[in-house]
Unconditional design. Structure first.
Length: 242
């Protein structure tokens, strides 16, 4: 969490982002997690609850940090022909899957998230405006807020106002982490990436119950791990659609 805390402090210094805006991410994901029967934590939290929790690494309080958990996830990938043969009624298609290694770049240079997202958009023939639902690697609340900018959902430095606008809530313009994300669903590390894909498949098939994103047809998952310098050691971005 010291890695994420340092990035959060840089964002605060550069753009005026506040701890309350980071807390809004955690509170949003707590609400979403309360709707997910598979979530590790299902209690709702207000922004005030998040801010009042024990400090882990300034400005990250405990609910702003994802818990390590136990879990498993799997995906069955078929050709279009085989899917027809076995009678898959509502197939979800992989439009793009981009995996990149990280590198030790400058703080203001393009990183693995931006590069993977840009390539995934190009391969899938979509842009951020075409996405209906996103599952992202919110190992910390500030990470999700900064991903809004790196995904192109808002301009650099505008992640704070963007979360406050309600755009990333279920029912908002582009719901992010309707599962509750890593913050509330939990972070079983090796299973985390496929768990995101599972969530997107269920969302696109209309199987997500109380946390369903209405009319979802295009989804994106972003999952990373490890560190090299100031960036992730590996990053994967996947776009799927009906």
């Amino acid at each position: 969490m010291d890695f994420y805390a340092a990035a959060a402090r840089r964002h605060m210094e550069k753009y005026g982002t506040t701890a309350r805006q980071f807390a809004a991410v955690a509170a949003k994901n707590a609400h979403n997690g309360s709707l997910n029967p598979k979530a590790q934590f299902r209690d709702e939290l207000s922004i005030e609850d998040v801010l009042a929790a024990p400090m882990i690494a300034e400005p990250l309080t405990r609910p702003m940090c994802s818990p390590i958990g136990d879990g498993a996830a799997a995906a069955v990938i078929l050709s279009e022909r085989k899917a027809r043969e076995v009678g898959v009624a509502k197939p979800v298609y992989i439009n793009a899957c981009v995996l990149r290694s990280g590198w030790d770049h400058g703080a203001d240079e393009e990183g693995t998230v931006e590069r993977c997202v840009r390539e995934a958009y190009a391969k899938a023939g979509v842009g951020p405006e075409d996405l209906d639902v996103i599952e992202c690697h919110d190992a910390s609340a500030p990470a999700e807020l900064m991903y809004y900018e790196e995904f192109g959902l808002c301009k650099p430095g505008e992640g704070g106002p963007f979360i406050e606008s309600g755009a990333t809530q279920i029912g908002g313009r582009i719901p992010v982490n309707p599962s509750g994300g890593l913050l509330r669903k939990g972070h079983p590390v090796g299973a985390t990436g496929l768990a995101q894909i599972t969530e997107l498949v269920e969302q696109l098939r209309g199987q997500s119950g109380a946390r369903q994103v209405e009319g979802a047809r295009v989804g994106m998952a972003q999952n990373g791990g490890g560190t090299i310098g100031g960036d992730a050691a590996a990053m994967c971005v996947t776009i799927v659609s009906l």
